[in-house]
Ligand binder design. Structure first.
Ligand code: GRF
Length: 196
């Protein structure tokens, strides 16, 4: 299963996947490339350290979306790898219809809350501030409804009296680093089916 990772930030989820891949824990998954809209991002450095092809692809940092022209460039670059799966792991750009159509039913996203609660940005902080006692992370198929595609898997994280945001954030990230490799492995083996 040819797999591409897109990210914008630290890249800890990409790191968890690449570590799992090095240990042959991802079934038939082959991570063929890692791409970012942020030139100096950690995610590209992590890919480099695993000797995985990686690149910054052009984008306007002041906008939540790629321009039509830039999105076409992304589509062209990614198509060269003929990916079966595209993983959004901390990818901050909102993808638009042409991209979603081109890679229909083959894009997943990891989100740091138990969707459908706390869609959007700063999800861990908002859950913490709200005082919920269980939060977590979700992996879902990507469609044009932001953080609203069909849920694939979730992992719960408890928030206990006396916890601070830092502790809860670390716990959610640990849950993500466990859940994402597991889901990717299951997708590659057909244990979790791709949508038709
Ligand atoms: C993760 O919490 C992910 O759920 C969210 O962005 C964060 C990315 O972290 N979409 P990293 O870049 O993988 O460390």
């Amino acid at each position: 299963m040819k797999t591409i990772i897109l990210g914008s930030g630290k890249g800890s989820n990409a790191g968890a996947l690449l570590d799992a891949s090095s240990q042959n824990l991802l079934g038939s998954t082959q991570i063929v490339g890692v791409f970012s809209d942020v030139a100096e991002s950690g995610v590209l450095k992590i890919a480099d350290s695993h000797n995985i092809e990686n690149d910054y692809l052009r984008s306007d940092s002041s906008s939540a979306k790629l321009t039509g022209e830039d999105e076409q460039l992304w589509m062209d670059s990614l198509s060269e790898y003929n990916p079966d799966l595209i993983i959004l792991a901390g990818f901050m750009k909102i993808l638009q219809d042409p991209f979603l159509k081109k890679f229909h039913n083959s894009i997943i996203n990891i989100h740091p809350s138990l969707l459908p609660s706390f869609k959007g940005l700063r999800s861990i902080e908002r859950a913490f501030d709200m005082g919920v006692r269980i939060t977590g992370c979700t992996i879902h198929w990507v469609n044009s409804d932001i953080d609203g595609g069909k849920i694939i898997a979730q992992a719960p994280v408890r928030i206990m009296e006396g916890d601070n945001l830092e502790i809860v954030t670390a716990r959610v990230h640990a849950a993500e680093h466990m859940l994402l490799p597991w889901v990717v492995s299951d997708l590659s083996q057909g244990i979790i089916p791709f949508p038709k």
